[in-house]
Design a protein around this ligand. Structure first.
Ligand SMILES: *Cc1c(COP(=O)(O)O)cnc(C)c1O
Length: 386
């Protein structure tokens, strides 16, 4: 069955007793046992909960994995995954990393003796040079956020396999509708489901999908033991959002490419980073390993003085911190999402004071261009350049 159909049908055939097309929200935390030594499959809701279970099964199927785990946020999902590692273990991680993941590694996991090196994960020589006998995994974001760097997942997971390392992919920006890392050789996929999967800027959630029996059992143990699980109400909201994922991603892609092409020709814009534009260095790899582009891209203005007035003059597009929802959001990474990343690393990857990240929503493209165009014009006037 095609993924569009599977998405639309999430939870629709899972309640034969009533035939409910929308799966019910089970609030129960405890489940009656038929008799000693028997269980309905549900005992206590931290371990397994009916509404969450339908979501988890759907996530596993969509990503082509063996087991899914719904967590209370993307960070909860990452924390659960990192609990696979022990004191002394080392990880290799994408250089241009989500700020919260960097903070978790550097300010918390470092205290437990788990270290990380930050590299361009598309460069096998660099990966090789950072790999020690304590290295246990490589964590990849592709595209990265906000610079949209692309990593060849097949190439890197094959390298990791040879080295005996786990490949973990943060697939938040593309979702299984556009990219399925487990099919390209990865072992674990993590999502901030808060973003595209939920899609409406109204649910905080995370998902983990694992490949392989042993890894899936290990993750089930950690998910239950750490307890950062997703509640039934939010599990339902997430499934409801995922039903329209295909339609939303198609519009997000269309709008983001149009917007990026328009900005590329704008005289006040220095550079546009969008893997769907043919001049992008990751363009070919992205075409090969994904079936499309995300709705996120970033662009650098020529003059840093335009940033503050642009953000102030926007009317439709919100100046806000997040991505992946139906509403368009513009983010200033240097002071928002990436504030926890040291300036030295930020400069190395190119997150500077002229860079803006755009999460393009599903509004009409003409309205989005008119809004950003108007804000740029007003900003240029204010700084005396127009
Ligand atoms: C938002 C985000 C996270 C963290 O997820 P939360 O749901 O906010 O906890 C992790 N990775 C990426 C790529 C993200 O965009």
């Amino acid at each position: 069955m095609n993924i569009e159909s599977r998405l639309a049908q999430i939870g629709s055939q899972e309640d034969p007793k009533t035939g409910a097309v929308s799966f019910p929200i089970y609030h129960a935390t405890a489940f009656r046992h038929p008799k000693l030594g028997q269980s309905t499959g549900f005992d206590y809701s931290r371990t397994k909960s009916p509404t969450r279970f339908v979501l988890e099964a759907a996530a596993a199927e969509l990503e082509g994995g063996d087991a899914g785990f719904a967590c209370s946020s993307g960070m909860a999902a990452l924390t659960t995954i990192f609990a696979l590692f022990s004191h002394g273990d080392h990880l290799i991680v994408s250089l241009d990393l989500y700020g919260g993941t960097y903070r978790l590694l550097e300010r918390i996991l470092s205290r437990y003796g788990i270290s990380a090196s930050y590299v361009d994960t598309n460069d096998i020589d660099e990966l090789e040079s950072q790999c020690t006998d304590r290295t246990k995994a490589v964590l990849i974001e592709t595209p990265t956020n906000p610079l949209m760097m692309i990593t060849d997942l097949e190439k890197v997971s094959a390298w990791a396999k040879r080295r005996g390392l786990l490949t973990i992919v943060d697939n938040t920006l593309l979702t299984p509708f556009l990219q399925r890392p487990l099919e390209l050789g990865a072992d674990i996929v993590i999502h901030s489901a808060t973003k595209y999967l939920a899609g409406h800027n109204d649910v905080l959630a995370g998902l983990i999908v694992t490949k392989g029996k042993e890894l899936s059992e290990q993750m089930a143990f950690l998910h239950n033991s750490l307890g950062a699980v997703l509640g039934p109400q939010d599990s339902w909201l997430l499934m409801r959002g995922m039903k329209t994922l295909a339609l939303r991603m198609e519009r997000h892609q269309y709008n983001s490419v149009k917007m990026a092409e328009w900005l590329k020709t704008h005289p006040a814009v220095d550079e546009v980073y969008h893997p769907g534009l043919p001049h992008h260095p990751g363009y070919d790899i992205q075409r090969r390993q994904s079936s499309g582009d995300t709705g996120i891209f970033s662009f650098r203005m020529k003059d840093a003085r335009t940033i503050e007035p642009i953000l102030r003059h926007l009317k439709l597009i919100a100046f806000a911190e997040s991505l992946g929802g139906v509403e368009s959001l513009l983010t200033y990474p240097a002071v928002q999402t990436h504030a926890d990343i040291p300036e030295e690393i930020r400069r190395k990857v190119g997150v500077d004071d002229r860079l803006l990240r755009f999460s393009v929503g599903i509004e009409h493209i003409d309205d989005l261009i008119a809004d950003l165009g108007g804000a740029i014009d007003a900003a240029l006037k204010e700084i005396g350049e127009a």
